[in-house]
Design a binder for this molecule. Sequence first.
Ligand SMILES: NC(=O)c1ccc[n+]([C@@H]2O[C@H](COP(=O)([O-])OP(=O)(O)OC[C@H]3O[C@@H](n4cnc5c(N)ncnc54)[C@H](O)[C@@H]3O)[C@@H](O)[C@H]2O)c1
Ligand SMILES: [Zn+2]
Length: 342
Amino acid sequence: MEKVTVDLHSRKSEVLVGECLGNLDKYIDGRKNFIITDKNLDKLYRKRFPRTPVCVVEPGEKSKSLEMVASISRWLLEQGADRSSFITGIGGGVVCDLAGFVASTYMRGIGFGFVATSLLAQVDASIGGKNGVNLDGYKNIIGTFTQPEFVICDVDMLLTLPEKEFVCGMAEVIKHALIEDRDHFERLENYSTRILSRDRNEMEHIVSHSVAIKAAVVERDEREHGERRKLNLGHTWGHAVETVAGLPHGEAVAVGLAFAAGLSVSRGSFTEEERGRIIRLLGMYELPVETQASPAEIFDVLVKDKKREAGSLWFILMNGIGNVSIEAIGTDELKNYALNGT
Ligand SMILES: NC(=O)c1ccc[n+]([C@@H]2O[C@H](COP(=O)([O-])OP(=O)(O)OC[C@H]3O[C@@H](n4cnc5c(N)ncnc54)[C@H](O)[C@@H]3O)[C@@H](O)[C@H]2O)c1
Ligand SMILES: [Zn+2]
């Protein structure tokens, strides 16, 4: 097992990569535990849950709502949960966000932890202390910054994750490597077969490295005033692609990473050869690098979405593999590149 500590001002959080669901009780310290999970995980893993009350929600983004927060809080009250109780979210990013938010607000906040079960939850959603729910179609508009006490990343549970969800998680793993770890990028290039077969040792290595990269970035900038924005690599263009082309998040991020690489080449900060490596790597993990959707439409959605300062917006550009910077880029320049590739 690999242990990564996420040390934020609010609290320290231990990420236990390679620990298993069966050992969950060890981390609860005798407190009364309440589990929140979704139907898919409940069906697959209920037998391995500790004997504790379980609240099961529908899988999917729709469950991240204030109505669901109210309904889970009501359930906790009925079950007699009090300030000394504990909540464990067992699931993907949806369950982690929801459980983290409920735990941070129930009785003004009680202890909580996660068993992160999707690759995206293990390397991204469970790390960094953000917990949010959606409102009227706006994502994560209501939320808290509170860290879980622990995150268990049981890499064996990744074996039941649907293929599409797995590769979407790989887009975030690749993003982390591009932000600040060239060696990790090379590992992703060299061991794709082992990774795609979700080999236990390899996944323990990949997940713990990826967690450590995100942890380092958020530790330097807990509340997203500056450096944490690097985690948006591929997401500025990617979010607009997600909206216009209707691609799953991870696939849209992959298209966004390829776009950011191309834009960086056109600005002279990145080489064509490095861009080629990124395109090849995304391909190895069956991730798309382009979409049929109209670039003009994607550009329009992007500028509408983003706060702009004097005709420019913040964009994360690449200066080398494992080295990115936050740059203000003119909307005209961005439009030119998006529409004409120059
Ligand atoms: N808080 C943050 O910092 C942060 C960061 C990134 C993403 N997010 C949020 O994460 C969410 C997306 O997370 P996600 O991609 O994990 O989606 P998800 O939680 O919907 O999980 C994807 C699907 O995989 C299933 N699943 C999960 N683990 C499984 C397993 N081991 N075996 C079989 N099936 C499994 C789930 O039931 C679900 O159907 C979004 O709501 C996003 O906003 C939050
Ligand atoms: Zn993302």
